[in-house]
Design a protein around this ligand. Structure first.
Ligand SMILES: [Zn+2]
Length: 68
């Protein structure tokens, strides 16, 4: 039994698995940054490719990729 969460993205509502790490994934290289969740960082830098992220923007990008 999977649990899902619903988030608004633009005019679409997106249903994602509740454990989908949308705020932790670097959309550039798919590196998963666990510190984002643990420290509730607003901004973070991917330690793999050094891309800088705003947590919420990155979440939106990853959710968009999920439905693409
Ligand atoms: Zn990266």
């Amino acid at each position: 039994m999977f649990e899902y969460k619903a988030e608004w993205y633009g005019r679409n509502i997106i249903i994602a698995p509740i454990d989908y790490a949308s705020s932790q994934l670097c959309f550039c290289c798919d590196y998963k940054n666990k510190e984002v969740k643990n420290l509730s960082l607003r901004k973070w830098t991917c330690s793999n490719c050094e891309t800088e992220y705003d947590k919420y923007i990155n979440t939106s990008i990853n959710l968009e990729r999920l439905i693409a």
